[in-house]
Design a protein around this ligand. Structure first.
Ligand code: GCW
Length: 699
């Protein structure tokens, strides 16, 4: 079935397997599903749409029970007593968002029951039922009980009010502020459907590099219109709060969080928002980071700032997500250490409705970073993880990179903070330290491009983020399979082949950009392409040379006890392991160690040869990907097949560019030839250094 990607994983393509089709048709012969709330209404609409697409038939949704029912979709309080009694135990732990899909034998025949404690649960259950059918799963003995393991499953849009998107590579911002609130773009509704289908329940509409204007009455009306669209889908709206807003739009002379007038201003502002949006989620704040104003401008702390805002929204049940992405220009030690040093001493001092939002790694969404040492180190403070779906450092929307593989690696990393098994996932889902609020944020990769994310395969990163936010223990491979089946095809040959391609794509990008623990080697500003030579930016820690520290003796950042001692921010087991190059996992080698060019790697190669071979491996992996994709032609519609083919060709060119530029640059220090098997660079180092991209997107 042809697609331009707009339908995402909600294509509802006709079921091709005739036996399965007949079974499904029988199962949908007599459906009980009574509407009556806005959430149930959207669930019903979705069900009709899905069934029409997949089964080629319209269904009638009966508002009253009958003995003939083959499918019953109803919240627990509306089930008949026999059925609800049989589900009592499951229903008890289901919470507000969980659902059950179960085939139950009643009156001598099987009925599929979709139930939940709430209408929200029914909506999620309906989406799941449709997804299972898109995966062509057999429903006859289905028994699924699901509820989210994380409370806040939230997208962060770095969208500006002029509709540009910071680090956005898929067009402009979806939010048409000019036409809001009067004009409701169909895309808002389809955005909400897509999110609800994977359990995303929150969206921060505006950039963390914030504009106070969004807090003025005219914009609050526009935000209200979006909140009204999203509400039936269970999606709450949040805004970024510019810390200096009381000055910029409030006419005050200060934004000092301890000043009574400032406190009063934020309280009044919150009341004003909640009057229009009673379920407003709260604020996300980037403060005292990369030039953003914050409490430190007034000699106050993150605690003072976050708690002041928390007090403003708490009467309404709102929360504050306070970001830990901070690194000071005056700190001469190691950028990787700063967030931990600034935040961990405050453990236990934040209000109950504050959650600290921490990037997955200690630097900045690099192709690979070790997990952020703050995870597990603040037992008394809720911490949420922030992943980046938009591929700022991973090839924009041009490279096929399946990010759930990266997310899984971080989530399954062991912090050892409460002994072995203290994974990041357990920190995030709150189980390690019994956290009151839990959350996972994804910096959105969504824009006005027809297919939403620029690259047809980047849709999988949005999808996979939602799935992992629902359950951080999911296997990224299973997620890839679900997505492939719903988005492209159920043909086994296709699914099995492409699932492996997606899994491998993450390591490929690490190899051709930043192998063996290298990081932050991109060009300045736009971050497009390699720039390992950059050494002239105003702040030391903005320069790639700060991170790779290549010199005639070797390469890498010494973060051992005798270096910056970043290793000591990890639990003792890990600190010990990371302190010694022999016990450091090789994928993090140059993250933690500065090593001589002839240092011997586990495979016997010298470090120089090993680096060069990794770059080549990355390029080769893209080559293989192209060949494999070529064989997928019979399974994919022509439009998407060609789009992906063209993008892969660009990816290959850019992978070679990364390899050649980085190796030529490092070769000046290693003074050694490229090992056998590594292609000779097509251009000179000066050529690569001369490239300029004034109009690269996302800046
Ligand atoms: O890495 C940097 C990005 C900025 C971004 C910042 C952040 C929104 O280059 O564009 O600003 O991270 O996460 O705050």
């Amino acid at each position: 079935m042809a697609s331009n990607g707009y339908d995402l994983w909600l294509r509802y393509a006709p079921v091709e397997d005739q036996t399965l089709l007949t079974t499904y048709q029988e199962q949908f012969q007599s459906v009980y599903f009574k509407g009556g709330s806005s959430k149930l209404d959207v669930a019903q609409k979705e069900l009709k749409r899905g069934i029409t697409g997949m089964l080629g038939q319209n269904i009638v949704l009966n508002p009253s029970f009958s003995d003939k029912n083959t499918l019953i979709i109803a919240s627990a309080k509306n089930l008949n007593t026999a059925i609800s009694a049989s589900l009592e135990k499951d229903l008890k732990d289901l919470g507000e968002e969980g659902f059950i899909i179960k085939s139950i034998n009643t009156n001598g025949k099987n009925v599929i029951v979709v139930t939940a404690n709430t209408d929200q649960g029914i909506l999620y259950g309906t989406f799941k039922l449709l997804m299972l059918m898109q995966e062509n799963r057999d429903l006859s003995a289905i028994n699924r009980v699901e509820k989210p393991k994380i409370d806040l499953r939230i997208l962060n849009h770095w969208d500006n009010l002029d509709r540009t998107v910071e680090r956005g590579y898929a067009g402009f911002s979806l939010w048409n502020w000019q036409k809001l609130p009067g004009f409701i773009d169909q895309r808002y509704i389809d955005y909400a459907r897509a999110n609800a289908s994977i359990g995303i329940n929150g969206t921060v509409l505006t950039n963390v590099n914030a504009n106070a204007l969004v807090l003025t009455p005219r914009y609050i009306d526009k935000v209200t219109a979006l909140a009204d669209v999203f509400r039936p889908y269970g999606i709450k709206v949040y805004l970024t709060a510019r810390f200096s807003a009381p000055i910029e739009i409030g006419g005050l002379e200060t934004a000092d969080p301890l000043d009574p007038k400032v406190k009063q201003w934020w309280k009044a502002k919150s009341d004003e928002i909640y009057q229009k949006i009673p379920d407003f989620g709260g604020f996300l704040v980037k403060a005292n980071s990369e030039g953003q104003p914050g409490p430190q401008n007034y000699g106050r702390s993150h605690v003072d700032g976050a708690n002041m805002l928390a007090d403003a929204v708490s009467p309404h049940g709102g929360i504050v997500m306070w970001r830990a992405f901070v690194y000071s220009e005056d700190d001469a030690t190691d950028r990787a250490k700063q967030a931990y040093s600034e935040f961990v001493p405050f453990d236990g001092q934040f209000r109950d409705n504050v959650i600290i939002q921490v990037k997955n790694g200690p630097i900045d969404f690099q192709p690979r970073e070790p997990f952020h040492p703050m995870f597990g180190a603040m037992p008394k403070t809720p911490l949420m993880i922030e992943f980046q779906l938009t591929q700022e450092y991973l090839g924009f929307s041009t490279h096929l990179v399946y990010l759930p593989k990266l997310f899984e690696e971080v989530l399954q990393a062991d912090t050892y903070q409460e002994g072995k098994g203290s994974t990041v996932a357990k920190v995030i889902d709150g189980s390690l330290h019994d956290k009151k609020i839990t959350g996972m944020a994804g910096v959105a990769n969504i824009g006005t491009d027809i297919n939403w994310t620029g690259h047809p395969f980047a849709e999988a990163n949005w999808y996979g983020f939602g799935r992992l936010a629902w359950d951080p223990e999911l296997d990224s491979r299973d997620i890839a399979k679900e997505w492939l089946r719903a988005t492209f095809s159920n043909k086994e040959e296709f699914v099995n082949t492409m699932e492996q391609v997606m899994i491998d794509s993450r390591e490929a990008v690490v190899n051709y950009m930043t192998p063996l623990g290298l990081h932050h080697m991109m060009d300045t500003g736009h971050h497009y392409g390699p720039g390992p030579w950059v050494d002239n930016l105003s702040r030391a820690d903005w320069n790639p040379v700060y991170y790779h520290k290549a010199d005639s003796l070797g390469i890498g950042f010494d973060r051992t006890k005798s270096g910056s001692d970043a290793v000591d921010q990890y639990a003792p087991e890990l600190a010990k392991r990371f302190n010694d190059p022999k016990t450091t996992p090789e994928e993090f080698l140059l993250w933690f160690h500065h090593l001589p060019w002839d240092y011997k790697l586990k495979n016997g190669e010298s470090l120089w040869n090993g680096i060069a071979l990794k770059y080549q491996e990355g390029v080769d992996e893209v080559g293989t990907l192209i060949k494999t994709w070529g064989k997928m032609k019979p399974y994919v519609d022509a439009a998407r097949f060609n789009e992906v083919s063209m993008l892969l060709d660009i990816q290959l060119k850019e992978a070679k560019w990364w390899r050649d530029a980085c190796l030529l640059y490092f070769q000046q220090f290693s003074q050694q030839p490229l090992p056998a098997g590594v292609e000779k660079p097509a251009e000179t180092l000066d050529y690569f250094k001369s490239l300029r991209f004034p109009y690269a997107p996302g800046n």
